[in-house]
Design a protein around this ligand. Structure first.
Ligand code: SAM
Length: 439
């Protein structure tokens, strides 16, 4: 505050002095100001004379003109950003800087599933910041440096943070790929058993490069693979001596219809669920909670397919900047079906794609709300002017943990040490606490 006051005083006094001169209040200040101007004039005159004498005046003039032309082109390019390639969009953003597109988190609305009693998570933004400071050095030691098609930094942090907070007695993972998420779970809980389901065993990836296989993990993978919905969970609980199912955390990164997974998890009695890819409406390869809860009664929920609407105009503008942003043409099917992905409920990496009515979609959201005790979307770890992420559109996302402009904090928690590509995988990871519907 004292600094801000000082800065304010400074700006007031700077404005006051010319007015004082105009109103005829002369004196020392006028005199000193005038001498400063005179000094500038004589320095400029001396520089010009020197340049004329040495013959450098023309090169300097030409360089000056070139700088003016290049700057005007850069400023003009603000209006010419119809470039879809990510790098081009990123470059134009770097030049454009803050033009109201980067810092407007949630401006197109952030659909949010309503819980039964409005409860929320225990942790605060301060807990998240402290968690970041602790997690960055851990993340730097990850065995799989290039985890393309798997989790990036934001979701790795989210999974680690939630797991460490809940301290489960058993961790279940569906969708392991090369084993990065198994490694993250292990960092959060060094001695807790893991059960991992994945069609291909992570050890298979070891032949080609980095992968992680955990020593305290039971794999249902390769020839032993079983889908989450086909598992005898009672047996697994017995084997791990779990008596209270609320002591188990289930993590899904298997790109299956999340409504289907929710029903299977409820049936098995699990209460704490994390879904990695909680895709926004109109995007992604499976039906997600974000999509299910995108309803007219929530802020930013429900959509207009009218091409001249405000939403259409804003969306088409944002699409030029953010790879994952969708305009209304992509959002809406031929009969103006905007829910799910163009009126479809996708499943299994989009191998199944079933049309559903809006009425059915609405019923799905009512069911989800009837079993939700808590719904919490992980915010992005930092704003895009800090991370240089180019994919998700901030307009559909809650405010980041480290806000744009807070470079000091970004640096202090260690995020500035990470490559910008690790911030490109954010898809609204969500934590759910669920229980059977109340009668
Ligand atoms: C996006 S990758 C998982 C990435 C991983 N969690 C990570 O952080 O690196 C999705 C994985 O789900 C697996 N998968 C496909 N169908 C599955 C199913 N029915 N159950 C479990 N995993 C499945 C895929 O083989 C793939 O390994």
């Amino acid at each position: 505050m004292p600094t801000a006051n000082k800065m304010l005083e400074g700006s007031f006094s700077a404005r006051r002095s010319p007015r004082a001169t105009e109103s005829g209040v002369s004196g020392e200040f006028d005199g000193s100001d005038e001498s400063k101007t005179r000094k500038h004039v004589s320095v400029a005159a001396r520089v010009t004379n020197y340049l004329i004498r040495t013959g450098f005046i023309w090169p300097v003039l030409i360089m000056g003109i070139a700088i003016v032309i290049i700057s005007s082109l850069v400023i003009y390019s603000r209006d010419l950003v119809c470039i879809s390639a990510s790098s081009s969009a990123h470059i134009s953003r770097l030049f454009v800087g803050f033009d109201g597109l980067e810092s407007d988190f949630g401006s197109l609305g952030v659909p949010w599933c309503r819980s039964k009693h409005g409860a929320t998570v225990e942790w605060t933004s301060q807990d998240l910041i402290e968690g970041l400071e602790e997690f960055v050095p851990i993340y730097e030691t990850r065995p799989i440096k290039n985890n393309m098609y798997g989790m990036g930094f934001d979701h790795s942090f989210g999974l680690w943070f939630i797991t460490r907070w809940l301290k489960p007695d058993l961790m279940i993972e569906s969708g392991a790929f090369k084993g990065h998420s198994t490694w993250v779970l292990r960092q959060a809980m060094p001695d807790t058993p893991i059960v991992s389901l994945s069609p291909r065993h992570p050890e298979k990836y070891l032949k080609k490069g980095a992968a992680y296989v955990d020593g305290n993990c039971t794999y249902f993978a390769g020839k032993d693979f079983l889908d989450f919905g086909s598992m005898d969970w009672g047996r697994v609980m017995k084997k791990h001596r779990i008596e209270d199912q609320s002591r188990v955390l289930v993590f899904f990164d298997d790109h299956q219809n999340e409504l289907k997974r929710l029903k299977q998890a409820l049936k098995a009695g699990f209460k704490h669920l994390v879904f990695e890819d909680n895709y926004d409406t109109g995007t992604g390869d499976h039906y997600s909670f974000r999509q299910i809860c995108d309803q007219f009664y929530v802020r930013g929920g429900g959509h207009s397919c009218f091409k001249d609407s405000d939403e259409a105009r804003i969306r088409s503008r944002r699409k030029k900047f953010w790879e994952k942003a969708v305009d209304v043409e992509e959002l809406c099917g031929p009969g103006e079906e905007w829910w799910g992905v163009r009126g479809h409920m996708r499943d299994d990496f989009n191998h199944s794609n079933k049309a559903i009515t809006y009425n059915k979609h609405f019923q799905n959201s009512r069911f989800v709300e009837s079993v939700l005790d808590v719904y919490w979307e992980l915010p992005p770890v930092a704003g895009p002017s800090l991370t240089h992420q180019t994919r998700y559109d901030p307009a559909r996302v809650p405010g980041p943990i480290v806000e744009d402009g807070r470079y000091g904090l970004f640096q202090r928690v260690g995020l500035s040490r990470l490559e910008s590509s690790v911030f490109n995988g954010y898809t609204q990871m969500v934590y759910l606490r669920v229980s059977e519907p109340e009668t």
